[in-house]
Design a protein around this ligand. Structure first.
Ligand SMILES: [Fe+2]
Ligand SMILES: [Fe+2]
Length: 353
């Protein structure tokens, strides 16, 4: 048997040599199941909206690149590196009439889902995309983008970015306006003319590229697709009438890092609970309802946002009428790396604690 002094000497030597005794810490490296630091949480629009409005007065757009209020998960540090889940960033962005958020570009992929307000536009690599409620816009990695509100009312949209995982992977780059030549102007609606027809594509285009070449997914089409699927009675046992926005050239997710989903929860339905690896951030676009996440009930209504950490049991249901949820998730990464795992709850629904 080694003496205490021998052991102290040995472990002290390990530390000085920057060596870790794995036999002491292996459980930290290989937990029996995913151990996200993020916790389930809901950001109530009622509480958030007054702060969004106040930001319009107290945080002029000239102060920073964007007027964005990020959803900071209570399980993660509340500092400059705050995040919504372990991999994703969700936020609300607010632009007043007449304002313009200057162009920039970054390696992180971003999406916007418009909650309210008409008359705003996002220009992506020189192509202007006019947006209204329910529209979904992509600003792919390293694409120049600026935002402008030429309407008469403030615009609020949800931003979703893979910026947390990009940062952790040390793959982040950023360039501001004037640091490089801006993108050449392109005709408005150009990407939609080429790619919005789904089963048809221009003869000269090939289904390539890591990012969806379609920049703007109009609500008119999204809503119609949801209705048609609902009417067909073909639904998901866990997510009800759920559709993923796809890369029209490949049928895969819009980004290799992040997928986006729109789902209609029908009134009177009680979809089952499941859990899977990967995290998600949700925004209630219409209606009201509730989610049970790890046995905790979160009631939500229009404008509320909430998150589901990796491997957390979750189920969603509409209230009296139907409800529509938009969400972003990191499932493409889990799938690409062979880390995707899913499990349905045998009992169907969770017991609320
Ligand atoms: Fe940006
Ligand atoms: Fe899920």
């Amino acid at each position: 048997m080694p003496t205490d002094a021998e052991l102290a000497d040995f472990y002290g030597g390990m530390e000085r040599a920057r060596l870790i005794p794995l036999w002491k810490v292996y459980k930290d490296h290989v937990p029996r199941a995913p151990s996200p630091r993020a916790v389930p949480h809901l950001w109530r629009f009622k509480e958030v909206l007054p702060l969004v409005r106040a930001s319009g007065v107290l945080a002029p757009l000239t102060e920073g690149e964007r007027r964005v209020l990020g959803f900071a998960n209570p399980g993660l540090p509340y500092d400059g590196l705050a995040a919504t889940t372990d991999t994703l960033w969700g936020a609300l962005q607010y632009i007043l009439p007449g304002e313009k958020a200057r162009a920039h570009r970054h390696a992180a992929a971003a999406i916007r889902f418009i909650l309210e307000g008409e008359g705003a536009s996002t220009t992506v690599e020189g192509e202007r995309c006019a947006v209204g409620p329910g529209d979904f816009v992509l600003t792919p990695p390293w694409a120049w983008h600026d935002h402008e509100n030429t309407g008469s009312a403030p615009v609020i949209w949800m931003d979703g970015l893979d910026i947390i995982m990009v940062r952790e992977l040390r793959g982040s780059f950023f360039e501001g306006a004037g640091e490089a030549p801006p993108a050449e102007p392109k005709p408005e609606g150009g990407s939609a003319a080429r790619w919005a027809e789904g089963a048809l594509r221009p003869a000269w285009e090939r289904p390539r590229g890591k990012y969806s070449p379609l920049l703007l997914y109009k609500w008119e089409k999204t809503g119609r697709a949801l209705r048609r699927l609902a009417a067909s009675g073909q639904v998901c046992p866990y997510d009800d009438v759920a559709m993923d926005f796809t890369h029209p050239g490949t049928g895969g997710p819009v980004y290799p890092t992040m997928s986006c989903r729109i789902q209609l929860l029908r009134a009177g339905q009680r979809p089952r609970a499941h859990r899977h690896t990967g995290s998600a951030v949700y925004l209630c676009f219409r209606g009201r309802g509730h989610s049970v996440i790890e046995g905790r009930r979160f009631g939500w209504e229009r404008g509320d946002a909430f998150c589901v950490p990796s491997w957390a049991w979750h189920e969603h249901a509409a209230g009296e009428g139907e409800a529509i949820l938009f969400s972003i998730n990191d499932l493409p990464v889990m799938e690409a790396l062979g880390l995707y795992r899913e499990e349905g709850l045998k009992e169907g629904n969770q017991k609320v604690k």
